[in-house]
Design a protein around this ligand. Sequence first.
Ligand code: OSB
Ligand code: MG
Length: 377
Amino acid sequence: MLQLDRITLREIRLRLREPFRISSGVMDERRILLLELHDAGGVSEWAECVAGETPNYSPETIDTAWFAIREWLAPRLLGKSVGEPESVHEILERNISGHNMAKAALEMGSYGLIARKRETSLSSLIGGQRERVATGISIGIQKDPEALVERAKRALADGYRKIKLKIQPGADVEYVGAVRKALPENTDLMADANSAYRLEDADHLVKLDAFGLIMIEQPLNRDDLVRHAQLQRRLKTPICLDESITDVARCEDMIALKSGRIVNIKPGRVGGFTIARRIHDVCAQNAIPVWCGGMLESGIGRAYNVSLASLPNFTLPGDLSPSARYWDRDIVTPEWTMDSQGMVAVPRDKPGIGVTVDRGRIDDLTVREEQLRASGA
Ligand code: OSB
Ligand code: MG
């Protein structure tokens, strides 16, 4: 049972150790929306909204999410009794379309809070099984192929089990080819285009087939399931969809149309754990491998992703890099670390999200704060 009597929204600013460039934009400082969910029984847990600063990856931003949570979503939970975290999705979904990242922050926070209340780990609450999850790195677009090769070599030496290279027109075949040549043949390499191409680029993208990539992520626009299917018929390399998969139906359509063969699951993009788990199950039934994507989360959002990635069909390494890949100092203790085999430990022996939030540091980083309470409270 869950009864939220207060939700604290905060915006913190956290500077990335280096700018992260993808085809649709560059980030150097993250504006992160954190939520603290307070249960009437006195227990609380933290959650993170993964919306970015600009609507390039998805239509949502930190500011639209803040508004949606305050105006429409949080009022549906505050002051009400909720039996199971599974019912939160439905409560938030009814007659409110979109705003998946805003919904996800509340929905996932409800799972975290219930785990904390039951003194069980988030991973066990959702049926996770792995003690450790395999980790990949996502490397942003670099100024030239040499710089990218240097990054990729370092990542391999660090132990990462999958290396993802961001690409865009003008920084693709030559860049990926240089990395392929410089790394051992058996290195799992992939590219992520973040929708930078059109179907007319198919002849060009076919050149990537020469590099034996384990997948190419989201080459075309999010709504282009039919075009992705046309492109997949031309490519040997499996297409993995990210931006396109916003709900279970979209995943079923991908399978029916053969628009892709692998799915990147980001719980924030699909509205939370309930749908993330349904997509995981649909994929498992259809022999579609899945992996957990990242949105440059702080240590709080990372905790949710690591727990999700402990489910059985997350068979490919996730974008779950350790804290030090992103930040000089994270906002949780212990910070997220990776061993030399590229594995991150799932905190299955700790209650709730499994990390302690550094409240003093968050206070220092907070630029805006708002308390949400049940109306009339
Ligand atoms: O497409 O996966 C993506 C970051 C921001 C927006 C979109 C994406 C990404 C990443 C980052 O690739 C992965 C990570 O968090 O390490
Ligand atoms: Mg992606």
